[in-house]
Design a protein around this ligand. Structure first.
Ligand code: MG
Length: 384
Protein backbone atom coordinates (compact mmCIF):
# COMPACT_ATOMS: atom_id res chain seq x y z
CA UNK A 1 0.00 0.00 0.00
CA UNK A 2 1.41 3.36 -0.95
CA UNK A 3 1.03 6.28 1.40
CA UNK A 4 1.18 10.00 0.77
CA UNK A 5 2.42 12.69 3.14
CA UNK A 6 2.02 16.43 2.71
CA UNK A 7 4.57 18.92 3.92
CA UNK A 8 3.55 22.56 4.26
CA UNK A 9 6.39 25.05 4.44
CA UNK A 10 5.36 27.94 6.67
CA UNK A 11 8.60 28.99 8.30
CA UNK A 12 9.20 32.12 6.24
CA UNK A 13 9.16 35.64 7.61
CA UNK A 14 7.26 37.08 4.66
CA UNK A 15 9.27 40.28 4.53
CA UNK A 16 7.83 41.31 1.17
CA UNK A 17 4.23 41.20 2.41
CA UNK A 18 4.50 44.32 4.56
CA UNK A 19 4.63 44.81 8.30
CA UNK A 20 2.81 42.87 11.00
CA UNK A 21 2.59 39.13 11.63
CA UNK A 22 4.44 36.79 9.24
CA UNK A 23 2.22 36.56 6.19
CA UNK A 24 1.29 32.90 6.68
CA UNK A 25 -0.53 33.82 9.90
CA UNK A 26 -2.29 36.90 8.58
CA UNK A 27 -6.02 36.46 8.08
CA UNK A 28 -7.36 36.09 4.57
CA UNK A 29 -11.13 35.68 4.09
CA UNK A 30 -11.57 34.85 7.78
CA UNK A 31 -8.72 32.36 8.26
CA UNK A 32 -4.97 32.55 8.70
CA UNK A 33 -3.30 32.15 5.30
CA UNK A 34 -1.66 28.88 6.42
CA UNK A 35 -5.02 27.41 7.44
CA UNK A 36 -6.32 27.32 3.85
CA UNK A 37 -3.51 24.98 2.80
CA UNK A 38 -3.79 22.87 5.96
CA UNK A 39 -7.54 22.40 5.40
CA UNK A 40 -7.07 21.55 1.71
CA UNK A 41 -4.48 18.84 2.36
CA UNK A 42 -5.96 17.50 5.61
CA UNK A 43 -9.33 16.94 3.95
CA UNK A 44 -7.92 15.32 0.82
CA UNK A 45 -8.71 11.60 0.92
CA UNK A 46 -5.46 10.54 -0.76
CA UNK A 47 -3.28 12.25 1.85
CA UNK A 48 -2.46 10.37 5.03
CA UNK A 49 -0.38 12.87 7.01
CA UNK A 50 -0.02 16.64 6.98
CA UNK A 51 3.17 18.01 8.51
CA UNK A 52 3.74 21.74 8.90
CA UNK A 53 7.16 23.36 9.22
CA UNK A 54 7.26 26.66 11.12
CA UNK A 55 9.85 28.94 12.65
CA UNK A 56 10.38 28.33 16.42
CA UNK A 57 9.14 31.84 17.24
CA UNK A 58 5.82 31.18 15.46
CA UNK A 59 4.61 28.50 17.88
CA UNK A 60 1.85 30.59 19.44
CA UNK A 61 0.49 31.77 16.09
CA UNK A 62 0.60 28.20 14.79
CA UNK A 63 -1.30 26.83 17.80
CA UNK A 64 -3.93 29.54 17.41
CA UNK A 65 -4.33 28.77 13.70
CA UNK A 66 -4.67 24.99 14.10
CA UNK A 67 -5.92 24.35 17.65
CA UNK A 68 -9.11 22.55 16.57
CA UNK A 69 -7.23 20.15 14.25
CA UNK A 70 -5.43 16.93 14.97
CA UNK A 71 -2.01 17.49 13.44
CA UNK A 72 1.39 16.16 14.45
CA UNK A 73 3.47 18.76 16.33
CA UNK A 74 5.09 21.27 13.98
CA UNK A 75 8.68 20.80 12.86
CA UNK A 76 10.98 23.77 13.15
CA UNK A 77 12.51 25.13 10.00
CA UNK A 78 15.89 26.62 9.26
CA UNK A 79 17.29 29.83 7.87
CA UNK A 80 16.40 29.07 4.25
CA UNK A 81 13.41 27.37 2.69
CA UNK A 82 15.57 24.40 1.67
CA UNK A 83 16.60 23.87 5.33
CA UNK A 84 12.96 23.91 6.39
CA UNK A 85 11.96 21.39 3.74
CA UNK A 86 14.83 19.10 4.67
CA UNK A 87 13.89 19.22 8.37
CA UNK A 88 10.30 18.39 7.46
CA UNK A 89 11.30 15.51 5.17
CA UNK A 90 13.61 14.06 7.82
CA UNK A 91 10.78 14.17 10.36
CA UNK A 92 8.43 12.45 7.90
CA UNK A 93 11.00 9.75 7.13
CA UNK A 94 10.01 7.97 10.36
CA UNK A 95 6.72 7.12 8.63
CA UNK A 96 8.45 6.23 5.34
CA UNK A 97 5.70 7.52 3.04
CA UNK A 98 5.77 6.52 -0.62
CA UNK A 99 5.01 10.02 -1.91
CA UNK A 100 5.29 13.50 -0.50
CA UNK A 101 3.58 16.68 -1.64
CA UNK A 102 5.50 19.81 -0.70
CA UNK A 103 3.36 22.93 -0.59
CA UNK A 104 3.98 26.59 0.23
CA UNK A 105 1.67 28.04 2.87
CA UNK A 106 1.60 31.18 0.72
CA UNK A 107 -0.62 29.44 -1.84
CA UNK A 108 -4.07 29.32 -0.21
CA UNK A 109 -5.98 28.85 -3.46
CA UNK A 110 -4.72 25.44 -4.59
CA UNK A 111 -7.68 23.13 -5.24
CA UNK A 112 -8.43 19.43 -4.55
CA UNK A 113 -8.38 18.89 -8.33
CA UNK A 114 -4.82 20.18 -8.51
CA UNK A 115 -3.79 17.82 -5.69
CA UNK A 116 -5.50 14.99 -7.62
CA UNK A 117 -3.43 15.75 -10.72
CA UNK A 118 -0.14 15.79 -8.82
CA UNK A 119 -0.86 12.52 -7.00
CA UNK A 120 -2.21 10.99 -10.21
CA UNK A 121 1.06 11.68 -12.05
CA UNK A 122 3.09 10.13 -9.22
CA UNK A 123 0.90 7.04 -9.16
CA UNK A 124 1.32 6.83 -12.95
CA UNK A 125 5.07 6.48 -12.46
CA UNK A 126 6.58 9.97 -12.39
CA UNK A 127 9.37 10.57 -9.87
CA UNK A 128 8.27 14.17 -9.53
CA UNK A 129 5.04 15.93 -10.54
CA UNK A 130 4.86 19.69 -10.69
CA UNK A 131 1.95 22.01 -11.61
CA UNK A 132 3.10 24.33 -14.37
CA UNK A 133 1.60 27.18 -16.33
CA UNK A 134 2.58 28.50 -19.74
CA UNK A 135 3.91 32.03 -19.81
CA UNK A 136 1.45 34.37 -21.55
CA UNK A 137 3.28 37.66 -21.07
CA UNK A 138 6.20 38.55 -23.32
CA UNK A 139 9.40 38.25 -21.32
CA UNK A 140 12.02 40.98 -21.32
CA UNK A 141 15.50 41.10 -19.90
CA UNK A 142 17.09 44.39 -18.94
CA UNK A 143 20.54 44.52 -20.47
CA UNK A 144 21.49 47.92 -19.03
CA UNK A 145 21.69 51.49 -20.20
CA UNK A 146 18.02 51.61 -21.13
CA UNK A 147 18.35 48.59 -23.39
CA UNK A 148 16.22 45.47 -23.28
CA UNK A 149 16.14 42.06 -24.85
CA UNK A 150 13.10 39.89 -25.62
CA UNK A 151 13.38 36.29 -24.46
CA UNK A 152 11.79 33.33 -26.24
CA UNK A 153 9.06 32.03 -23.98
CA UNK A 154 7.85 28.86 -25.75
CA UNK A 155 9.81 26.50 -23.57
CA UNK A 156 9.35 28.49 -20.36
CA UNK A 157 6.88 27.53 -17.63
CA UNK A 158 5.90 28.91 -14.24
CA UNK A 159 6.13 26.25 -11.52
CA UNK A 160 3.64 26.18 -8.64
CA UNK A 161 3.08 24.04 -5.56
CA UNK A 162 2.05 21.52 -4.34
CA UNK A 163 4.91 19.64 -5.98
CA UNK A 164 4.85 15.87 -5.61
CA UNK A 165 7.81 13.52 -5.31
CA UNK A 166 8.83 9.98 -4.58
CA UNK A 167 9.64 10.48 -0.92
CA UNK A 168 12.97 8.64 -0.78
CA UNK A 169 14.28 10.38 -3.90
CA UNK A 170 13.49 13.94 -2.86
CA UNK A 171 14.83 13.36 0.66
CA UNK A 172 18.06 12.00 -0.83
CA UNK A 173 18.15 14.95 -3.24
CA UNK A 174 17.89 17.47 -0.41
CA UNK A 175 20.54 15.60 1.60
CA UNK A 176 22.88 15.44 -1.39
CA UNK A 177 22.44 19.13 -2.27
CA UNK A 178 22.08 20.82 1.14
CA UNK A 179 23.41 24.18 -0.01
CA UNK A 180 21.85 24.44 -3.46
CA UNK A 181 20.51 27.94 -3.98
CA UNK A 182 16.98 26.93 -5.00
CA UNK A 183 13.53 28.46 -4.57
CA UNK A 184 11.51 25.28 -4.99
CA UNK A 185 11.90 21.51 -4.63
CA UNK A 186 11.62 20.79 -8.32
CA UNK A 187 15.06 22.44 -8.59
CA UNK A 188 16.39 19.73 -6.26
CA UNK A 189 14.68 17.09 -8.42
CA UNK A 190 16.40 18.63 -11.46
CA UNK A 191 19.82 18.46 -9.74
CA UNK A 192 19.10 14.86 -8.73
CA UNK A 193 18.20 13.94 -12.32
CA UNK A 194 14.67 12.85 -11.44
CA UNK A 195 12.02 12.29 -14.12
CA UNK A 196 9.59 15.19 -13.76
CA UNK A 197 6.03 15.22 -15.05
CA UNK A 198 4.36 18.56 -15.69
CA UNK A 199 0.69 18.68 -14.67
CA UNK A 200 -1.66 21.55 -15.41
CA UNK A 201 -1.27 24.33 -12.87
CA UNK A 202 -4.02 26.81 -12.03
CA UNK A 203 -3.93 30.52 -12.81
CA UNK A 204 -5.85 31.10 -9.59
CA UNK A 205 -3.19 29.30 -7.52
CA UNK A 206 -1.67 32.61 -6.56
CA UNK A 207 1.43 32.85 -4.39
CA UNK A 208 0.67 35.53 -1.82
CA UNK A 209 3.87 37.55 -1.74
CA UNK A 210 3.22 41.27 -2.00
CA UNK A 211 0.68 43.33 0.00
CA UNK A 212 -1.64 43.59 -3.02
CA UNK A 213 -1.70 39.78 -3.30
CA UNK A 214 -3.63 39.69 -0.02
CA UNK A 215 -6.35 41.79 -1.63
CA UNK A 216 -6.57 39.45 -4.64
CA UNK A 217 -6.50 36.31 -2.47
CA UNK A 218 -9.18 37.73 -0.18
CA UNK A 219 -11.43 38.42 -3.15
CA UNK A 220 -10.89 35.00 -4.71
CA UNK A 221 -11.33 33.09 -1.45
CA UNK A 222 -14.35 35.10 -0.40
CA UNK A 223 -16.14 34.84 -3.72
CA UNK A 224 -15.64 31.32 -4.94
CA UNK A 225 -11.95 30.57 -5.15
CA UNK A 226 -13.00 27.39 -3.35
CA UNK A 227 -15.32 24.64 -4.53
CA UNK A 228 -18.84 25.63 -5.52
CA UNK A 229 -21.72 23.19 -5.91
CA UNK A 230 -25.26 23.56 -7.12
CA UNK A 231 -28.32 21.57 -6.14
CA UNK A 232 -31.85 21.53 -7.53
CA UNK A 233 -35.20 20.75 -6.02
CA UNK A 234 -38.76 20.24 -7.21
CA UNK A 235 -42.01 19.82 -5.33
CA UNK A 236 -45.75 19.83 -6.01
CA UNK A 237 -48.78 19.83 -3.73
CA UNK A 238 -52.48 19.37 -4.40
CA UNK A 239 -55.13 22.01 -3.65
CA UNK A 240 -57.84 20.99 -1.17
CA UNK A 241 -60.62 22.88 0.59
CA UNK A 242 -59.30 25.61 2.83
CA UNK A 243 -58.70 29.33 3.16
CA UNK A 244 -54.91 29.85 3.00
CA UNK A 245 -51.65 28.49 1.63
CA UNK A 246 -48.09 28.62 2.96
CA UNK A 247 -45.62 29.52 0.23
CA UNK A 248 -41.96 30.32 0.79
CA UNK A 249 -42.61 30.75 4.50
CA UNK A 250 -45.43 33.27 4.02
CA UNK A 251 -49.09 32.62 4.88
CA UNK A 252 -51.32 33.80 2.03
CA UNK A 253 -55.11 33.99 2.16
CA UNK A 254 -56.54 31.91 -0.71
CA UNK A 255 -59.74 30.16 -1.75
CA UNK A 256 -58.04 26.77 -1.22
CA UNK A 257 -55.28 25.22 0.85
CA UNK A 258 -52.47 22.81 -0.06
CA UNK A 259 -52.59 19.20 1.06
CA UNK A 260 -49.57 17.71 2.74
CA UNK A 261 -48.19 16.03 5.82
CA UNK A 262 -46.51 19.28 6.90
CA UNK A 263 -47.73 22.78 6.03
CA UNK A 264 -47.30 21.76 2.34
CA UNK A 265 -45.08 24.73 1.52
CA UNK A 266 -43.88 23.54 -1.89
CA UNK A 267 -41.53 26.53 -2.23
CA UNK A 268 -39.60 25.75 0.96
CA UNK A 269 -39.67 22.02 0.20
CA UNK A 270 -38.11 22.57 -3.23
CA UNK A 271 -35.49 24.87 -1.71
CA UNK A 272 -34.71 22.45 1.12
CA UNK A 273 -34.19 19.71 -1.47
CA UNK A 274 -31.94 21.98 -3.55
CA UNK A 275 -29.72 22.64 -0.53
CA UNK A 276 -29.63 18.96 0.41
CA UNK A 277 -28.81 18.23 -3.22
CA UNK A 278 -25.83 20.59 -3.24
CA UNK A 279 -24.59 18.93 -0.05
CA UNK A 280 -25.14 15.44 -1.46
CA UNK A 281 -27.18 14.81 1.69
CA UNK A 282 -30.20 12.96 0.35
CA UNK A 283 -33.65 14.51 0.13
CA UNK A 284 -36.26 16.02 2.37
CA UNK A 285 -38.18 12.73 2.60
CA UNK A 286 -35.15 11.04 4.17
CA UNK A 287 -34.64 13.76 6.75
CA UNK A 288 -38.33 14.27 7.54
CA UNK A 289 -40.22 11.08 6.56
CA UNK A 290 -43.92 11.74 5.90
CA UNK A 291 -44.62 8.58 7.88
CA UNK A 292 -43.12 10.16 11.01
CA UNK A 293 -45.82 11.68 13.23
CA UNK A 294 -43.32 14.26 14.52
CA UNK A 295 -43.61 16.15 11.23
CA UNK A 296 -47.42 16.18 10.99
CA UNK A 297 -48.42 19.80 10.48
CA UNK A 298 -44.78 20.86 10.87
CA UNK A 299 -43.73 24.28 9.67
CA UNK A 300 -41.52 23.86 6.65
CA UNK A 301 -39.29 26.64 7.93
CA UNK A 302 -37.88 24.07 10.37
CA UNK A 303 -36.97 21.77 7.43
CA UNK A 304 -35.15 24.63 5.72
CA UNK A 305 -33.42 25.64 8.96
CA UNK A 306 -32.24 22.03 9.33
CA UNK A 307 -30.77 22.09 5.81
CA UNK A 308 -29.02 25.37 6.67
CA UNK A 309 -27.52 23.77 9.78
CA UNK A 310 -26.16 20.91 7.62
CA UNK A 311 -24.51 23.53 5.39
CA UNK A 312 -22.83 25.04 8.44
CA UNK A 313 -21.74 21.59 9.66
CA UNK A 314 -20.06 21.07 6.29
CA UNK A 315 -18.29 24.42 6.84
CA UNK A 316 -19.92 25.64 3.68
CA UNK A 317 -21.97 28.73 2.90
CA UNK A 318 -25.03 29.30 0.78
CA UNK A 319 -24.11 31.74 -1.94
CA UNK A 320 -27.49 32.13 -3.61
CA UNK A 321 -30.85 30.49 -4.02
CA UNK A 322 -33.48 30.89 -6.68
CA UNK A 323 -37.06 29.60 -6.50
CA UNK A 324 -39.70 29.49 -9.22
CA UNK A 325 -43.29 29.02 -8.06
CA UNK A 326 -45.48 27.53 -10.76
CA UNK A 327 -49.18 28.27 -10.28
CA UNK A 328 -52.22 30.05 -11.74
CA UNK A 329 -53.16 31.39 -8.30
CA UNK A 330 -52.53 32.85 -5.79
CA UNK A 331 -50.74 35.82 -7.34
CA UNK A 332 -47.15 35.74 -6.12
CA UNK A 333 -46.03 39.27 -7.04
CA UNK A 334 -47.53 41.03 -3.99
CA UNK A 335 -45.81 38.53 -1.65
CA UNK A 336 -42.49 38.15 -3.44
CA UNK A 337 -40.41 40.39 -1.20
CA UNK A 338 -41.98 39.04 2.00
CA UNK A 339 -41.02 35.56 0.76
CA UNK A 340 -37.45 36.61 -0.01
CA UNK A 341 -37.18 38.28 3.38
CA UNK A 342 -38.49 35.23 5.23
CA UNK A 343 -36.17 32.81 3.40
CA UNK A 344 -33.20 35.12 3.95
CA UNK A 345 -34.10 35.18 7.66
CA UNK A 346 -34.28 31.38 7.94
CA UNK A 347 -31.00 30.88 6.06
CA UNK A 348 -29.18 33.80 7.69
CA UNK A 349 -28.53 35.39 4.29
CA UNK A 350 -28.73 38.82 2.82
CA UNK A 351 -32.03 39.23 0.95
CA UNK A 352 -30.03 40.00 -2.20
CA UNK A 353 -28.96 36.35 -2.24
CA UNK A 354 -32.53 35.05 -2.40
CA UNK A 355 -34.65 35.13 -5.54
CA UNK A 356 -38.34 34.22 -5.83
CA UNK A 357 -39.96 34.11 -9.26
CA UNK A 358 -43.35 32.97 -10.47
CA UNK A 359 -44.83 31.60 -13.65
CA UNK A 360 -47.96 29.86 -14.88
CA UNK A 361 -48.23 26.98 -17.33
CA UNK A 362 -50.60 28.88 -19.66
CA UNK A 363 -53.55 26.81 -18.48
CA UNK A 364 -51.90 23.48 -19.29
CA UNK A 365 -51.50 20.45 -17.07
CA UNK A 366 -52.32 20.00 -13.39
CA UNK A 367 -51.16 23.51 -12.59
CA UNK A 368 -53.29 24.95 -15.41
CA UNK A 369 -56.34 23.05 -14.19
CA UNK A 370 -55.56 24.42 -10.71
CA UNK A 371 -55.41 20.95 -9.18
CA UNK A 372 -52.28 22.02 -7.41
CA UNK A 373 -49.10 24.02 -7.69
CA UNK A 374 -45.41 23.28 -8.05
CA UNK A 375 -42.07 24.83 -7.21
CA UNK A 376 -38.52 24.51 -8.49
CA UNK A 377 -35.41 25.72 -6.73
CA UNK A 378 -31.67 25.97 -7.29
CA UNK A 379 -29.20 26.49 -4.46
CA UNK A 380 -25.52 27.37 -4.87
CA UNK A 381 -23.20 26.46 -2.02
CA UNK A 382 -19.54 27.28 -1.55
CA UNK A 383 -17.29 24.87 0.30
CA UNK A 384 -14.35 26.61 1.89
MG1 MG B 1 -43.55 18.74 -0.37
Amino acid sequence: MSSTAALIVAAGRGERAGSGAPKQFREVAGRPLLRWSVDLLLRHKAIDTVQVVISPDQRAAYQAATRDLSLPPPIFGGAERRNSVRNGLEALSRQSPTYVLIHDAARPLATPALVDRVIGALRAGAEAAVPMIEVADTLKRRTGGGHWQTLPRDSLRRAQTPQGFLFDKILAGHQTHPNADVTDDMAIAELAGMRIAAVDGEESNLKVTKPEDFVIAERLLATGGSETRTGMGFDAHRFVAGDHVWLCGVKIAHAQSLEGHSDADAGLHALTDAILGALGAGDIGQHFPPTDERWRGARSSSFLAHAASLVRDARATIVHCDITLICEAPKIGPHRDAMRKRIAEILGLDMGRVSVKATTTEGMGFVGREEGLAAQAVATIRFA
